[in-house]
Design a protein around this ligand. Structure first.
Ligand code: HEM
Length: 216
């Protein structure tokens, strides 16, 4: 009886594995990851961003940076739990999408809030702690994006590259703090807690694994 129920599950898993392995999977994930950008572009052009389009764009790009951060941090736990090693193929691309949405977020802040006045931006970053925290997260993300290519792995060596890319855990903590601080003025924390719980689970899984096997 147990075999009868396990069989379709195994078949589904094999099918999911072969889709993940197929050559269409990467372009598909790439296309899906671009949907938020295309939607925001369309909404901006079609005047669909509501009463305050600048704020809507800043917020949406911040939200998508955080969502992609959750997705990229979910790849390894999913890979280990399901045994689908093919999932690792998407990690680099998803990581670059975190950076892509973070750049859009920084650009919308720089453009709409600061009119690209670099001196004003520097003053604002130093003056407002939540912006400083967001900017620090962005600064930590930058070396990860710059070294996400095979040649960088070769140059740095796998161990040093891996250690550098553990900065992503710091980015996750700073991102939640940035979001928390930004919402503190409005006393509106529901979404902050939602992302904080997801990221805590994803980082907690790694800590648990590290304690058990001494490897992240
Ligand atoms: C990894 C980097 C970052 C992440 C994950 C992130 C995430 C977020 C999130 C989730 C929000 C709230 C959106 C909402 O209320 O729905 C937000 C708001 C904001 N972030 Fe970031 N952020 C990052 C970096 C930055 C940087 C580098 C800056 C500027 C230097 C920045 C400036 C802002 C501003 C000004 C807001 C408020 C937008 C508004 O209310 O108009 N963030 N960010």
């Amino acid at each position: 009886m147990a075999f009868a129920t396990a069989q379709p599950r195994v078949t589904t898993l094999v099918r999911v594995k072969s889709v993940a392995l197929s050559r269409f999977a990467k372009p598909l994930v790439f296309g899906l990851s671009l949907i938020p950008f295309c939607w925001l572009l369309y909404a901006a052009i079609a005047n669909q961003l509501g009463a305050n389009p600048a704020e809507a764009l800043s917020r949406a790009t911040g939200d998508w940076t955080l969502r992609f951060l959750c997705v990229v941090l979910a790849v390894t736990p999913l890979r280990v739990i399901t045994g689908m090693s093919a999932l690792a193929r998407f990690r680099r691309m998803l990581g670059l999408f975190v950076y892509f949405y973070a750049v859009l977020h920084l650009l919308s802040y720089g453009w709409f809030d600061m009119g690209f006045e670099l001196a004003d931006m520097a003053k604002d970053i130093a003056k407002r702690p939540f912006i400083l925290v967001g900017f620090s997260a962005f600064m930590l993300l930058t070396p990860l994006a710059l070294t996400s290519f095979n040649r960088a792995i070769k140059t740095l060596g796998a161990k040093r590259w891996q250690r550098l890319h553990q900065l992503i855990y710091g980015v996750a903590c700073l991102a939640v703090l940035h979001f928390f601080w930004m919402r503190a003025g409005k006393n509106n924390f529901a979404e902050v807690y939602f992302y904080a719980v997801i990221l805590a689970a994803l980082l907690g899984w790694r800590m648990f694994k590290f304690v058990r096997t001494n490897r992240i």
